[in-house]
Structure formats: C-alpha cells, structure tokens
Design a protein around this ligand. Structure first.
Ligand SMILES: Cc1ncc(COP(=O)(O)O)c(C=O)c1O
Length: 385
C-alpha cells in the first residue's frame, strides 16, 4: 500500500543539502547586494561568518578561519598545494572524494613520498597505520560511502606532521576535536544547508608555521596563495577574501549559522543528525531488503546515510541490473515526491543515500521510510520476475 503521508520536506540530497527549517528567500533580505565586499559593511558580513563559525564549532582562538574560493574542493586543494611536500604524506581514502585527493597528490602534485591507506566502500582503512611523523590527509566523513572516522583518538597530540581533514560532510553534525586537527575544510552547501561556491579553511598554529617556513617548489595561482613574502596573509582570516565572494551566499551562510545558534548550537545540530541515523538504523535492523553499506555501527555516518540491498533476489542480480534497480527506485521516489536525490552516488555500490544532516527534520526521516519500503516492493514486482 502506498503510504498516506509524505515527508513535509522531501529533500534528502547530500549536497546542496536541504535549507534549514523555516528558510525562505526573505531570510536573505539583509544581503549586502550591489556593494563592495571590501566596503566596511561588506567586510563586517564576512567577518560575521568567521566569528559565528568559531562560536558554533568552538574553534580555538589561535586557529585561523578563512573564507576561500571554490567550495570544499577549493579549500582542500589550496591546503594540499600550499602545505604538502615538506614531509612524506599518508593519504587515507575509502570512497570517491578521498580518492580524488589521492589523485591530486599522486598524479598532479606528483609527490615523491606518498603512502596510500585505502579501503573499499563501507569500510575504513586501519587508522592505526597512519604515521603522524608524516602529514596525513583524510576525510572525516565519506559522503559517498556513509563511513566516518569514529573519533580523533588515532591522531596523536604530539604529532610532527600535519593532520589535514576534509570535513565537509561532518562539520556541524559531528564533534571534531580541534586539538587533533591542523587543517579542516568544508563548504557551506552541506550540514547547514547553505549555498556552494565558497569553502571554509581552518588552520591550526602548526599549519601556519608550515606555511611560513616551507616554500613549495611549484607554481601557485593567485587563487591558492595564502602567504606573501613568507608570511601568512592574515587578512584572508578576518574577511579580506582573495577574490570576490557572493554576498548573497554570505548572507545565507550567516542565516544558517544564526539558526544553528538559535536552536542551541553544535550540540543540537549533532543531536538532530544522530537522531536521523538512529531512525534509519531501527528501520534497517528490521528491514528484509535494506542494510547499511557500513556494516560496523561505530563508523556509520549520521549525515550521508548509505544503504545497500540485502534482499537475496536483488543481490542475485548482476551489478548492472542492481544499478538499474537502484536508479528506478530513486526515480520512483522522485515521481511520488516522497524523496528527491536519494540515489546512491554514481561510483558507489547501488543502493540509496539519504542525507541526515542537521537541516533534515527527524519527522521527515521517519516519514520517508515507509516510502522506501513501498517503492522497493513496487520496483521489485516490476524488475524481478
Ligand atoms: C567529502 C567530500 N569532499 C569534497 C566534496 C566536494 O565538495 P564541493 O563540491 O563543495 O567542492 C564533497 C561533495 O559532496 C564531499 O562530500
């Protein structure tokens, strides 16, 4: 039977993610449009993003926070291009985005001393193998496999290398222990439901020390440059952006951060997201056809909730047929306006992916699950004879 009730917000995309509850275009009324981002009020807006970010995430006062171009990818690559090469580097990867950073380091930067610690979709590499005498690059939460690191305990406080973390689908939904992190990056388009285009770059004092003591032997386009004459360009970290940001996106980022504070800050953001995971986990436990791609609950993501098929009739199908099944399933959920963008990532094993970040209401996560059951049964009746 087709469920009677649809989620009131059926947006489950893993990026751009659903806007915060109650958001409308009116929320951007205060945007500083048609004015220079270098004007006094323009800089104040940019500084507000930085200050609110520090407040919500409890980022230590001696860490720099900058707004940089090109979304999370821009922020990650800026870090890799500026910082890597002083030491060997361990690259940890367990899904497509981590693998992109491996490609950057091996094929583009062509660094001579790279160790790859990789794992398949649904798993983590052995974190104990990461050597913090070297630099270590990792993704806190793998958005395409739904696998996150369980905590930061595997990162020593007295490390010599830098820990460089792509935290784009973790920041604002998971606790990130800042003492374990030298570089963190994310995009506004994820957990707070902002717009893409701009990235956030957080630097520890040790990362700044590296920037000021190590000159990489490679060209750096202006868009990547963080130092001038061997000194950090401090302006970037108080809102003096490298190039022109969208002040509409900036206003939206401020709106998301203010909303975060209004509901009780990071603790509440994490609670909302963890509850979304719990809701799906209870359902999946009883489901005859779906299970988590991440079999170990300790490493399951509360934002990118990735499901695979467990129904024997479906798992017996060829890989291509399973992919077709998954596509039909996601398409049916869209046609019914029950869930948009719930298909698994194109390179990931076939299944479903539901974003459970802080802007997704727990009731909507509850409401979508009967639709998954109905859609699965409908597609199975059509495709599996
Ligand atoms: C873990 C991870 N890294 C990087 C990216 C790329 O982000 P952006 O498109 O904001 O540059 C994504 C996007 O989903 C991601 O999930």
């Amino acid at each position: 039977m087709k469920p009677a009730r649809r989620p009131s917000n059926p947006l489950f995309s893993s990026g751009p993610c659903a806007k915060r509850p109650g958001w409308s275009l009116d929320s951007l009324d205060g945007a500083l449009l048609g004015r220079s981002h270098r004007s006094k009020p323009g800089k104040a807006k940019l500084k507000e993003v930085i200050d609110l970010t520090r407040a919500v995430l409890a980022i230590p006062g001696d860490y720099r926070i900058g707004i940089v171009p090109a979304s999370d990818t821009g922020a990650v690559e800026m870090a890799l291009w500026n910082l890597l090469g002083a030491r060997g580097v361990d690259m940890l990867a367990w899904e497509s985005f981590g693998k992109e950073w491996v490609t950057d380091v091996t094929k583009q930067l062509k660094l001579p001393d790279v160790r790859l610690l990789q794992a398949d979709y649904g798993k983590l590499p052995d974190l104990g193998q990461a050597d913090f005498g070297r630099d270590v690059v990792f993704t806190w939460n793998g958005t395409t496999s739904g696998v996150r690191v369980p905590n930061g305990d595997w990162i020593p406080d007295d490390r010599q290398g830098l820990s460089i973390c792509d935290a784009t689908s973790a920041a604002f939904a998971m606790d990130i222990p800042w003492s374990k992190i030298d570089v963190a990056t994310w995009s506004w388009q994820k957990v707070l439901g902002g717009e893409a285009a701009h990235g956030m770059l957080v630097l520890s004092p040790r990362a700044v020390e590296r920037l000021e003591s190590f000159q990489p032997d490679r060209p750096l386009p202006k868009i990547f440059r963080l130092t001038k004459g061997g000194k950090l360009i401090e302006g970037i970290f108080v809102g003096d952006t490298i190039n022109t940001p969208s002040m509409l996106c900036v206003e939206d980022a401020i709106d998301g951060l203010r909303w975060a504070l209004s509901i009780g800050g990071l603790q509440q953001l994490v609670r909302r997201s963890e509850q979304n995971l719990r809701i799906v986990a209870e359902w999946a436990e009883a489901s005859p056809w779906a299970g988590f791609l991440a079999t170990d609950p300790a490493i399951r993501s509360c934002t990118a909730i990735c499901l695979r098929f467990t129904d024997p009739d479906v798992t017996a199908l060829s890989a291509d047929a399973q992919a077709t099944f998954a596509k039909k399933l996601a398409a049916l959920l869209e046609t019914e306006e029950a869930a948009f963008d719930a298909g698994s990532y194109r390179d990931a094993p076939p299944g479903l992916r539901l974003w459970g970040g802080a802007t997704v209401e727990n009731e909507d996560m509850e409401a979508v699950l009967p639709w998954l059951d109905w859609a699965f049964a409908t597609v199975k009746a059509e495709l599996v004879k």
